[in-house]
Design a protein around this ligand. Structure first.
Ligand SMILES: Cc1cc2nc3c(=O)[nH]c(=O)nc-3n(C[C@H](O)[C@H](O)[C@H](O)COP(=O)(O)OP(=O)(O)OC[C@H]3O[C@@H](n4cnc5c(N)ncnc54)[C@H](O)[C@@H]3O)c2cc1C
Length: 485
């Protein structure tokens, strides 16, 4: 007997976002999280970028994050900060907000949705057959589901149990990250030397100092100690600032790997379980959240019998290249963070080039995620790209396009002849909205594009069909993405 349609292993940012997407699509979803509650020890990631803010805006929850963070120009290549304030988006910036806050806000959000979350339980493995997956738990129990999604981080048990390869590059350097108290006032800000980047700064409570220090040699895979941190600080600063009372000490490396496949039968991977890399540029959390938003509606349609299983293939086809590109980018960025004289000379040249208009836009497009282009075939530049959040006017009110996506349902936005498009057979699953819009159409990095007469928008906000006055290809697109009527 099936306990839940979908079980998600891991309730980090990716698992929570996926749970929200599935719940919005009326899928019975349960999250199994090994932590005793959503509280994350240590602050970990420092925020996310523009497309992730947009994705949260598409669900009507971006304001919750914006209210607790600080917007800033923070798209970076190596140590060069690039300005994207001229990008055509409502959010032409990144959001600085610690991961423990992000996870708290997400946990509050999914508590409002029909998501079941079991804290204090660990998934140890699974056994899949033709009709479902038995998800094994550390207390000896199990849960049966139609699908299991591994959102269980870089050391994913699910990825290993599924036998999915994780090829890539071994680590070459490691950093210690910690939250401690000090007896000596440390210098503020970032220091770069031949080994890498180091920094200390006081946290909001005025007492705790967040430390990130690059180790002189690649550290071991064991848990780091206060002694290791002291040694690493003395090597860089000549003192350990009297560190004591750590609440969190962790080690991360520049190991860079990506799952060879994102799916093995009824088991899928998303977030860090599918890709790990050095946090240079701060893209990991954003990638995971966007994996979840790409997978959520597709898995929901398969589970709800609307679409064939083959729809799941498009998840890997679309998201694997996005993460592969981020991996390349973070490897380059990691190198550009070295502070030896030869690398500094390279950084100087690269900085000069990437602050020129064209390259700046290209790099900001990549890091922000605003330039993502899923390969949906030839056609109008909007095809496969994110739908801009336009201010349109319907018969009864003005509204933002993203407001139409709050419930994660597809939209056919008719901006041409009112009543000119008929999608009656798909009425139960695609919203047909008649609206007017006479403003500009401008896409990030690409610039102005021709105004379409209609667009078919997927629940993840990407354009699946573009109208030019005729309905050519519309029925095929509706069938491909939203099933046969
Ligand atoms: C120092 C640092 C700075 C970073 N800065 C940024 C940044 O600025 N921007 C950014 O976008 N990203 C950043 N990242 C990356 C970001 O933290 C990760 O990419 C992100 O947390 C991935 O989310 P996830 O949900 O996929 O995985 P995780 O956050 O690892 O979540 C996995 C969850 O699964 C649970 N779990 C694991 N195994 C099991 C199991 N067997 N059973 C049940 N539960 C399990 C874990 O307890 C955890 O809650 C940074 C990372 C580090 C280390």
């Amino acid at each position: 007997m099936i306990d839940h349609a979908v079980v998600i292993a891991g309730g980090g940012p990716t698992g929570m976002m996926l749970a929200a997407e599935l719940a919005l699509a009326n899928v019975d979803v349960a999250v199994v999280e090994r932590r005793p509650d959503h509280v994350l020890v240590g602050s970990r990631a420092g925020g996310f970028h523009s497309r992730t803010i947009e994705v949260l805006d598409q669900r009507g929850v971006a304001d919750r994050f914006l209210a607790e963070g600080q917007t800033a120009q923070a798209t970076m290549l190596g140590t060069t900060v690039l300005d994207m304030s001229d990008f055509p988006t409502r959010h032409p910036y990144s959001l600085g907000i610690w991961q423990n806050k992000i996870e708290r806000i997400m946990a509050d959000w999914i508590a409002e949705l029909p998501v079941r979350i079991s804290y204090g339980h660990e998934v140890t493995g699974f056994a899949a057959d033709d009709s479902g997956v038995d998800v094994e738990l550390s207390d000896g129990g199990s849960l049966r589901a139609h699908y299991l999604v591994g959102c269980d981080g870089g050391r994913s048990v699910i990825r290993r149990a599924a036998g999915i390869d994780f090829p890539g590059w071994d680590p070459t350097k490691s950093n210690l990250i910690a939250e401690v108290e000090v007896t000596e006032e440390p210098p503020r800000g970032i220091r770069t030397d031949a080994v890498g980047v180091h920094g200390l700064h006081r946290m909001e409570d005025g007492k705790t100092v967040r430390v990130v220090v690059t180790e002189q040699q690649l550290g071991p895979s064991s848990e780091p100690t206060l002694g290791d941190l002291s040694e690493a600080l003395i090597a860089v600063y000549g003192t350990d600032f009297g560190i004591h009372s750590p609440t969190w000490i962790s080690r991360f490396t520049d190991m860079t790997r990506q799952a060879a496949s994102y799916r093995a039968g009824r088991v899928l991977l998303a977030g860090d379980s599918a890709h790990v890399h050095y946090p240079a540029g701060g893209q990991g959390l954003s990638l995971g959240v966007q994996d979840a938003v790409n997978l959520g509606w597709k898995l929901a349609q398969v589970v709800n019998g609307i679409s064939p299983v083959s729809l799941l293939k498009t998840y890997e086809d679309e998201r694997h290249p996005v993460a592969a590109r981020a991996l390349q980018h973070t490897m380059a960025s990691g190198v550009l963070q070295r502070g030896d004289d030869r690398t500094k000379a390279l950084v100087g040249m690269v900085s000069e080039l990437v602050t020129m208009d064209e390259p700046r836009k290209r790099i900001c497009g990549i890091i922000s995620g605003l330039d993502i282009h899923y390969d949906l075939g030839q056609g109008h530049p909007l095809l496969g790209r994110r739908m801009p959040d336009l201010d349109v006017v319907t018969a009864d009110r003005p509204l933002r396009v993203f407001a139409l996506l709050h419930e994660a349902k597809p939209v056919l936005l008719n901006l041409g002849e009112p009543g000119g498009i008929d999608i009656t057979p798909w009425n139960d699953r695609v919203q047909l909205i008649e609206a007017d819009y006479d403003g500009p159409w401008e896409l990030p990095v690409l610039g102005p594009v021709t105004a379409p007469t209609a667009v078919l928008i997927r629940p993840d906000g990407y354009v699946a069909w573009v109208g030019d006055g005729a309905e050519t290809g519309l029925r095929d697109a509706l069938t491909t993405w939203f099933g046969t009527p």
